[in-house]
Write a protein that binds this ligand. Structure first.
Ligand code: ADP
Ligand code: MG
Length: 698
């Protein structure tokens, strides 16, 4: 067996390869572009392209592609081979700086939310040198941003990079005020923990709902679910272990820092967490991770389900976005420091996040809004749809003391004076492991837990970065004008706490009482579904903030609004159609066959003589026949709702009808079918049942 350290990153054109293959001057100007965002000239690009191609060809690559993240939420690629004919009838392998920097895929079939009229369907891709190129299969993949010819972002990477830049600009202003003139740039880092389910491929193929929609639309509760809590951190079964081993190897070759793996709460559910990296790289890596997870599963006769709620009645899958801000000098700005000066700086950045989360609760909620994730949020297995923040008792006590000019520790009478007192040490234990909070401080980072397992992490981080940039901007505006920095700082922090402490909640987020308190007493937002929240993307305050920091233009926001709602509607429409199809062609016929057998048995028994009791068959026949009637009626209703929804022209209205009509009718239909499933002989049921799917991988 090869050692991991020998093959880690072997498929990545990383710093080691660049250093080894690029002329010194080319390497140093490329590094400047990567680290400080300096412009790259074409001479350098040509040299990089040649080195990249030679390296890729030596690894067996024949093609290259600009690899990008359109608004579909998955990645896109269009392969071109390196071959160029040579005069002697052969070919040579070529790749120019121009091809590296810019590509022109036909963009007309990607969603643009009306951004791009079809007559100017072309978009272009632009190389993002901050994320390393890599080889997948036989193709050199070059991470790129994707824009329209008018310069509007048609992807998730462009606004993510812009949001990182916005935060960088404002954080630097604040650091300068603290007298720090050495830091050149500030970046955010993310470690996304990814949950997923593994099911047997043969069983999966027998279920149209899984194949078409990624989740089960029917399924009676199995006798055993997750109630024993025996899966969480349990021994990993051999087939799953083999899968994980293979997956790690593939990820490591791509330089992805896959670190921990364990079983999750639900049967068949697992998690993979990487070591954190720069947000942009973490986003690319998470997209790749999701793709490789599915590919490797296929090799093992499995299917990896990334849907947020593949099974009703057991936990769904999310993604925890561990997020922090750090400087190029290696300081984590969300880590409490050793000195009073560092502490004051930490508290200001902490307050910036508190203010950001409170001011832009809606944007955070919107950033995770999909039809799939709506099933999870607020279902007592994931954070509620109400955004709040967990700081832990100790840090909350510190903040409270600052707010009230009160001693932090009554016994020692230590007053929390900023820039004077030293903060107590927050160990991991005192920052707790509250799993019910949507946004938790965990010692030196925040964990945003509302993301769905299939979400691109770009969206959440765009909003988070932008909102924190806005807090920092407001702080810098005030402090730059203040005569006494320390006093100004103290005042600012106190004001922030007074105004925004309503967002801090250290209790149980799954508690009904909390939702009541949050919405009624504290006035926090509670947008239960995608249909309820996405419209607020266009609220004046949100448009103003996002455009001022140049994260989105107004047109881009409008397009995202359209696409998110369109996607929501389409997802549910497909689910509804799949349900109708499954009921008519599989479920109803199966129940019919079983009732026919029951009827036959009953009449056979009756023909033998009146002494033979048939009450069992009769009762079941009555019950199942009733259910078939009901099934057929509910299917008709759903079909009617489907056709009336598809006649609605406005996406806002359509999404409301989807929520209020379709989803309601779908769950009614499901209830009838699940009841029938529980009463129908197994051999008649047309596809694998919950118990088989959830416990079928050994
Ligand atoms: P858990 O939450 O499971 O107890 P950890 O807190 O150690 O585990 O890490 C969870 C994730 O957070 C990992 O992906 C880890 O790399 C990431 N992480 C740790 N420190 C930071 C940081 N400063 N910034 C961003 N992510 C971080
Ligand atoms: Mg975690």
């Amino acid at each position: 067996m090869e050692k991991v350290s020998d093959y880690f990153g072997s498929m990545v054109f990383d710093d080691r390869v660049m250093k080894a293959t690029l002329p010194a001057d080319v390497y140093s100007s490329l590094r400047k572009t990567i680290d400080q965002g300096e412009q790259l000239d074409i001479g350098v690009a040509n040299a990089v392209a040649t080195a990249m191609k030679d390296w890729a060809v030596s690894k067996g690559a024949t093609h290259y592609t600009h690899w990008f993240q359109p608004l579909t939420g998955i990645t896109a690629e269009k392969h071109d081979s390196f071959i160029t004919p040579s005069p002697d009838g052969g070919v040579i392998m070529e790749f120019s700086g121009k091809e590296l920097i810019k590509g022109e895929p036909d963009a007309s079939s990607f969603p643009s939310g009306g951004l791009r009229a079809t007559f100017e369907a072309r978009g272009y891709t632009a190389w993002d040198p901050t994320s390393y190129a890599f080889i997948k299969g036989k193709t050199l993949c070059i991470p790129t941003a994707f824009c329209s010819y008018g310069g509007e972002a048609l992807d998730k990477k462009t606004p993510l990079l812009r949001s990182m830049e916005a935060l960088n600009v404002q954080a630097l202003r604040v650091l300068r005020l603290f007298g720090n003139n050495t830091v050149k740039c500030v970046k955010t880092s993310v470690g996304p923990e990814q949950e997923y389910f593994l099911v047997d491929r043969e069983m999966y193929n027998k279920r149209k709902d899984l194949v078409y929609t990624g989740r089960t639309l029917f399924g009676a509760k199995p006798p055993k679910g997750q109630e024993m809590d025996d899966h969480y951190f349990g021994v990993i079964k051999p087939r799953v272990a083999a899968y994980m081993e293979d997956l790690n190897e593939e990820l490591w070759k791509l330089g992805i820092l896959a670190k921990t793996e364990h079983n999750e709460v639900a049967p068949a559910q697992h998690e993979l967490a990487p070591i954190y990296s720069t947000t942009n790289v973490a986003t690319d890596h998470n997209q790749l991770t999701m793709e490789i997870m599915q590919k490797v599963a296929a090799k093992h006769g499995l299917v990896c389900l990334l849907h947020e709620k593949p099974f009703a009645g057991v936990n769904g899958s999310g993604k925890h976005n561990n997020w922090s801000i750090s400087t190029d000098t290696g300081v984590n700005l969300l880590s409490p420091g050793e000195t009073p000066h560092e502490n004051a700086q930490f508290l200001l950045f902490l307050c910036a996040v508190i203010k950001a989360v409170d001011d832009y609760q809606d944007l955070l909620r919107i950033s995770v809004a999909t039809a799939g994730n709506d099933h999870r949020l607020g279902a007592n297995e994931a954070p509620p749809a109400v955004v709040s923040m967990f700081l832990g008792d100790e840090l909350s006590a510190v903040l409270e003391a600052i707010e009230n000019d009160a001693p932090y520790n009554a016994a020692e009478r230590t007053q929390m004076k900023l820039g004077v007192s030293v903060l107590p040490k927050f160990t991991r234990d005192t920052t707790d492991r509250n799993r019910t909070s949507p946004f938790a401080f965990t010692g030196n980072k925040f964990e945003f837990r509302m993301l769905g397992s299939s979400n691109s992490i770009a969206c959440a981080n765009i909003m988070l970065n932008a909102a924190v940039a806005e807090s920092l901007k407001q702080y810098a505006d005030v402090l730059e004008k203040s005569d006494n920095f320390r006093e100004g700082l103290q005042k600012l922090i106190k004001e922030t706490l007074k105004e925004h402490k309503r967002i801090i909640f250290n209790g149980n987020g799954y508690d009904e009482q909390w939702i009541k308190e949050a919405t009624e007493k504290r006035g926090l937002l509670n947008y239960a579904t995608t249909a309820d929240c996405v419209g607020h993307l266009l609220d004046e305050k949100n448009v103003k903030m996002l455009t001022e920091h140049k994260v989105f233009s107004e047109t881009e926001l409008r397009s995202r609004y359209e696409i998110t709602l369109e996607n929501y509607c389409k997802t549910v429409l497909i689910e509804a159609r799949t349900m109708c199809d499954m009921v008519k062609t599989e479920i109803a016929p199966a129940v019919e066959s079983y009732t026919a057998e029951l009827a036959k048995t009953m009449s056979l028994k009756q023909s033998v003589g009146e002494a033979i009791p048939v009450s069992y068959e009769k009762a079941l026949l009555v019950k199942l026949s009733g259910l078939i009637e009901c099934m057929s009626m509910k299917t008709d209703e759903l079909e009617k709702a489907l056709s009336s929804v598809s006649e609605i022209n406005s996406v806002a209205e359509e999404s409301m009808a989807v929520k209020n009509e379709l989803l309601v009718k779908m769950s009614q239909l499901r209830a009838v079918c699940d009841e029938a499933e529980a009463l129908t002989a197994r051999k008649y049921w047309p596809f694998p049942r919950y118990g088989e799917l959830l416990f079928g991988v050994r």
